[in-house]
Design a protein around this ligand. Sequence first.
Ligand code: PLP
Length: 450
Amino acid sequence: MKPPASQPYIGIKPPGPKTRALLRSTGDPIDPFPPIWGIPARNQEGPWIEDVDGNIYLDFVSGKCVANLGHRHPTVISAVKEQIDHVVLGATENRFTLAEKLADLVPGRFPKKVFFGSSGSDAVDGALKLARWSTGKPNILCVSGAYHGQTYGALSVSSTWNWMVRGFHPLPGVFHLPPPYCYRCPFKLNYPSCGLQCLRYLTETMFTTFCPPEDIAAVIIEPIFGDMGWVIPPNEYFLELKKLSETYGFLFIADEVQTAFGRTGKWLAMNHLGLVPDIVCLGKPIASGFPLSAMVAREDLTIARGLHFQQSYTLEANAPACAAALATLRVIEEERLLQNCTKLGKHLLEKLNELQKKHSTIGDVRGRGLLATIEIIKDAETREPGIQAAKTICRLALENGLYTMFMGAFETASIRIAPPLNSTPAIIDLGVGILDKALSQAEKILFRNP
Ligand SMILES: Cc1ncc(COP(=O)(O)O)c(C=O)c1O
């Protein structure tokens, strides 16, 4: 990439010929582009990605909420270079320092134990195993439409799309709560007059019929429902659910794989609620792109019946990844990124609210910190989801140099907006400006506006 990029550059309509050839070589579809795993890149730097054809995009999703410091932050890269000059495989002192730091970072003034892995999915599997193992109870509660990953345990508590479970026979003993998706309330009620019917369904229907509370080991929940469509329920929902977990004696697992490390303006999204989970799953941005995850649990849960809970993976807490994680934590502090995220998050939300006034395809705007979304609809009255429109908007955004993507359970479509935490107002304005242009172009095509 000709440094330093400060504007997107589209030399050839994406996907260009080299990208197409790569995708063809592995049988990956060319349409839609980019595939779910991202853009084949030849350079990454800060908020920029250069593809193999030389196009440069503003990455408005931070590599799916992984590159929270932007791509290849110099402090992270030099920590990793320094590390691989000495140790690559297995544990270094960094593993222990990192475990201590993560235990401090996660809320709760009690001893904690950290189990490392290399993906968010394995952290979720670990949490589910620990919950069943320590309580001796069989059942897990999760939320319909949530996403927790794709290993067996994680997919069994996930339900964003049916292809994730179809034909796989997910684990038994998993019960799905109705989603607290206020914009599309499954009970067609409004908050707060609904009295949190989505939780009353748990106590009044599930507990009294197919899901007795004394058999529940844990509830697993995202503080912001990511792939469901970055759905942000009222704080009261989580606080009430936590109370229920205490009343009925099941554990509260917070899946913070996507939301931790400053994405919402606090270290953890649960910090906004003052809520103390029993187990926390961490991953994605923890090591700025190096494979690492962690499951942080109340230590007392890890000892039961005179035994210690055990879990280990060959490549867990890999030395370069731990060096990257410590550097990531340092940068978040030194560059005051929590503060920057909070400030820029407000600016971003204002901008998106302005966009909504201009574009009838935007049904809802949601956000906390630098995790924001616009939900795309076909019709403001019926709120019919606009999947085709979202596809078109993302394609046009890419053709104008902005990389974003959409997601949504229940066949809805919300466009992800998650720029790096060290963005500037100029970067936010640039990204929102391109999105504005893509929305206008898409609306012209879809509604044949003049
Ligand atoms: C909330 C949440 N949990 C777990 C996962 C799974 O993480 P990974 O893809 O690293 O296995 C994801 C990934 O998107 C996620 O968003």
